[in-house]
Design a protein around this ligand. Structure first.
Ligand code: PRX
Length: 632
């Protein structure tokens, strides 16, 4: 299949795509240009076709007689909170909510911001957007008011769908208060969110009642209850925007990655089916949050397009106890389970006793995503969770790729712990050296993809030039992933991590430039440089070098204050592990910070600093080594 997918894409993709409903057929299956010298970069799949992904996720299955199939087993933060929702129920709710959005003035092309916890209303809201051709822009519920407001403004979303709040373990996340602050920030910056729809999730359990602003805020359930039942899916172009999702790069502010109805549909459905070897009647459980791409592609769209039954989980793996995932696997007899290495490593710490409490024999496929998985965690996952029987699929992909691009297929690809193995259908990876020369055989270098695939991002929202510069300028004629990879003698890929200034902390991707600019908005900070450091559980941690303004006391309380500042600017998941006060940074004579040196010092690798003679002031290196905070 792989050979055909790259040599003969038309006969490969045509029968796959025809499993979906296209109101009008495509005129061209695929056309793309990756070469900036030959004109603007453009990527088109199923061009000319009309379809709607929401119709393909819901109506198609209900019309085929699968309306009673469970779409989601929803499980709340409290183990007593469990609900089941079928495909027909989803269809009814989505139609009503699509009518709600229309009544709020949302038309095709208008973006809708969604800031919600892991509840079924979130999927209802996103599919309702898709149904009427309104791109959704989901902002992860862990982002701060500042980050939320920036994303609302960038996408100019006049409607925000949120919830009163959510419990994560015993901690209450006051989503609506954060959303209120974000909407206020938008207003003072000249943009108004005119409608805010609030799902009542925490209700009476919340520490305080939810603040509702008259004329702007309305309850989700009240609007839904009075909305018309029917709302036929709008037929949109295959290349119309389905959603934007903000992600971090090495420079500038986060960018809105754009995916479209047609290609993303075919890609997420196909990768879900093959990577998880999905069969009807299987139960699938992905622990990601829908606020990130994994949740978009492999909690919402991929499974729904396959009429799959999924578990959707609102809580955290350690509440009430650290066996929560394993209890869920046993309760719903989960066949495929998908999580991140950071979760595996943290659960591994609780020992084998936790998984041994439960019958995990239903598990057949175990997925990993978001960061390289170290062989030790891989082996524990395979041996203890998978009882040495289940296949482990280490799926390498990105927000930009829409779905898996390098991954083993269960039962088909021989596994090697720590390797994402071989390319998915239609993916032609290559390893390049710094000069852009393709390396053959066993090699290590920059990972690029040479040919377009259906789920590839199409542009950066509102900034096509940034799209071209970010992904197609470093190496001409290929999509640059930003990752390094090593290819072994069997052609297996081993992802070595980012080659740019992006770090991945607990699977959350962030740009060091974005963290630095957040740090320097603190009035006491003159300059900051941030690097990633290896971290046992999180994969990477954050080491922040900070130069304060003259006269500022650099003590423990300032350290705490700066950490809190980052939480407020971005979110708790971006809190630095180390604040390293210094009076200078290693700069070249032209003023460029030499990050290589900062990394070496933060990694305790000063033995291999390399040449420091080009620094404007080499003495700063010793100061940095001496002032390094003790490892905790
Ligand atoms: O560095 C790679 C890492 O995560 C980055 C993509 O992050 P994001 O867009 O947030 O998407 C995460 C979920 C797909 C990649 O550039 N990454 C993702 N999966 C793997 C990985 N690194 C190694 N192995 C993986 N399986």
């Amino acid at each position: 299949m792989y050979e055909q997918s790259i040599n003969d894409p038309v006969p490969f993709w045509t029968p796959i795509a025809k499993q979906f409903h296209w109101e009008e057929p495509w005129t061209t299956l695929h056309a793309s240009n990756f070469d900036r010298n030959a004109g603007p970069v453009s990527i088109k799949w199923f061009d000319g076709a009309k379809t709607n992904i929401c119709y393909n996720c819901l109506d198609r299955h209900v019309l085929n007689g699968h309306g009673d199939r469970v779409a989601f087993f929803w499980f709340g933060n409290e183990p007593a909170d469990a609900r089941t929702v079928t495909y027909s129920q989803m269809l009814e709710r989505v139609q009503r909510f699509a009518n709600v959005l229309k009544a709020l003035g949302i038309k095709k092309g208008d973006t809708v911001a969604i800031y919600m916890p892991m509840i079924v209303d979130l999927v209802v809201a996103m599919l309702a957007c898709a149904r009427i051709g309104a791109p959704h822009s989901i902002i992860f519920g862990g982002f701060s008011a500042e980050a939320l407001s920036e994303r609302i403004m960038d996408a100019r979303s006049s409607v925000l769908v949120t919830a009163d709040g959510a419990f994560r373990g015993t901690k209450f996340i006051d989503l609506k208060s954060i959303a209120d602050t974000a909407m206020e920030k938008c207003k003072t910056r000249g943009f108004e969110v005119t409608h805010c729809v609030v799902s009542l999730n925490s209700g009476d359990k919340a520490p305080h009642s939810v603040n509702m602003v008259q004329g702007r805020d309305q309850f989700f359930h009240e609007l839904e209850a009075t909305a018309e039942l029917e709302c036929p899916a709008l037929w949109v172009d295959a290349e119309d925007i389905l959603f934007l999702l903000y992600t971090s790069g090495s420079t500038g502010r986060p960018k809105g990655v754009v995916h479209t109805h047609g290609g993303y549909m075919v890609w997420t459905a196909t990768t879900f089916k093959y990577t998880f070897d999905y069969h009807p009647s299987d139960v699938y459980f992905c622990t990601a949050d829908i606020g990130w791409i994994t949740g978009h592609s492999y909690i919402a769209y991929g499974p729904l397009l396959n009429c799959a039954t999924s578990v959707m989980f609102e809580g955290i793996p350690t509440y009430p106890e650290a066996d929560r995932y394993w209890a869920i696997v046993e309760k719903y007899k989960v066949n495929s389970f998908y999580t991140a290495p950071t979760a595996i490593r943290s659960l591994q710490r609780f020992g084998e006793e936790m998984p041994k409490r439960h019958d995990l024999s239903s598990l057949r496929v175990l997925g990993s995503v978001g960061e390289p998985i170290n062989p030790e965690a891989w082996i524990w996952y395979h041996d203890v969770i998978g009882n040495k029987r289940a296949s482990v699929v280490d799926t390498y992909w990105q927000t930009e790729t829409g779905g898996h691009v390098i991954t083993p297929l269960p039962g088909c690809t021989p596994m090697k712990p720590g390797s994402a193995s071989l390319p998915m259908f239609g993916i032609v990876p290559a390893i390049l050296d710094k000069a852009g020369e393709e390396l053959s055989g066993k090699a290590e270098g920059y990972l690029v993809i040479k040919q377009s695939w259906p789920g590839q991002m199409r542009t950066v929202f509102g900034n096509h030039e940034r799209f071209e510069l970010t992904y197609f300028s470093q190496f001409s004629g290929a999509y640059c992933t930003g990752d390094g990879a090593h290819r072994d003698e069997h052609g297996y890929s081993w992802i070595t991590g980012r080659t740019d200034d992006v770090i991945t902390v607990s699977g959350h991707r962030m740009g060091t430039a974005e963290l630095e600019s957040a740090m320097t908005t603190h009035p006491d900070v003159a300059e900051s440089a941030i690097v990633g450091v290896p971290h046992e559980i999180k994969g990477e941690g954050i080491h922040a070098y900070v130069i304060t303004n003259p006269g500022v006391e650099t003590d423990v309380s300032k350290e705490k204050e700066l950490k809190m500042h980052i939480r407020q600017e971005i979110g708790a998941f971006a809190t630095p592990d180390v604040i390293h006060f210094t009076s200078g940074l290693p700069k070249t004579r032209s003023g460029k910070i030499m990050r290589r040196i900062l990394r070496k010092i933060a990694h305790y690798e000063e033995d291999s600093l390399g040449d420091i003679s080009t620094l404007a002031d080499p003495s700063v290196v010793q100061e940095l080594i001496d002032s390094r905070p003790k490892l905790q």
